[in-house]
Write a new protein. Structure first.
Lengths: 80, 204
């Protein structure tokens, strides 16, 4: 029998389908019985959607335009 | 979910030819599309101190090798492997190790009773599409901040798997970690971001 604590450890594997069938069934029954864990599962799914849509980036102070110009310059050197 | 590509360069073959021809807009496009994820991978493998240098070297190697690129993989995958290989060589030279456990905090134990049952009440979040929820600037900046506080390996795994849709075996090759470790990294990253979004939902 799975407990709420197990759900927090396995929720992402459950979402990804990375758990053996017997465990999956056990977790599924826990979700049926426990509204807190159902809500938690839904929140983790929403987290993935929100993060995927939000597309947070690495902090980066690179001048991308200057880098593009520098790389473009390498091609000019090849040509001549 | 995959990002929309620039309509000018939907055909990757055309993009590559333009790069070889030295087309300015093609260079601006690839740098704006791929520099950030290359930096993410370099930071995950070699750490902050050498990441910028590794990415710079990777770009130069890639552009020099571009005329010989046979397009057996996507340009993005090829670039990610170049930066990954550069970072791994740098790790060997610097003898640096990055720990998977860096900065990890699990769900606090005081959320469960002695039998492992939750003692807090988990309520559903406000409903709405991610786009609608993200129309709120505060949530967007909470996610950005929380993401940037994650350890570099977690950021790289999350970026590649959840944001770029890169396959698990490819991520394992790029980061040189096992699939079970990538799953651990994803779990930790998502859990941390969930905490941040949950706090925001509670405080509304």
């Amino acid at each position: 029998m799975y407990q709420c604590k197990d759900i927090t450890e396995e929720v992402n594997n459950y979402i990804e389908g990375d758990v053996p069938l017997t465990k999956r069934i056990g977790l599924f029954f826990h979700f049926l019985m426990c509204s807190c864990c159902r809500n938690y599962l839904q929140q983790i799914r929403s987290t993935i959607s929100i993060v995927t849509t939000s597309q947070p980036k690495e902090k980066d102070s690179t001048d991308l335009k200057a880098l593009a110009q520098q790389l473009q310059g390498l091609c000019d050197k090849h040509d001549h | 979910m995959k990002k929309k590509s620039n309509s000018l360069f939907e055909d990757e073959r055309t993009l590559i030819l333009k790069l070889i021809d030295g087309d300015q807009s093609a260079f601006e496009y690839v740098v704006s599309e791929y520099h950030n994820i290359m930096l993410s991978i370099a930071r995950a493998i070699v750490g902050d101190a050498f990441a910028d240098e590794v990415v710079q070297e990777a770009w130069i190697s890639a552009i020099k090798a571009l005329p010989k690129f046979e397009q057996r993989s996507k340009l993005k995958t090829w670039l990610l492997h170049i930066v990954s290989n550069g970072a791994k060589s740098r790790v060997r030279r610097e003898n640096r190790m990055v720990s998977l456990d860096e900065g990890w905090e699990s769900v606090p134990a005081d959320k469960f009773d002695h039998t492992g049952h939750r003692i807090d009440n988990v309520s559903p979040w406000e409903e709405g599409t991610p786009e609608a929820l993200l129309a709120n600037d505060q949530l967007q900046s909470i996610i950005e901040h929380s993401f940037q506080q994650l350890p570099a390996l977690q950021r790289a795994a999350l970026t590649m798997y959840d944001m770029e849709g890169i396959k698990m075996d490819e991520i394992c090759n790029i980061l040189d970690v096992s699939a079970s470790n990538v799953r651990v990294l994803l779990h930790r990253a998502r859990t941390t971001l969930h905490h941040s979004i949950d706090k925001y939902q509670d405080n509304k």
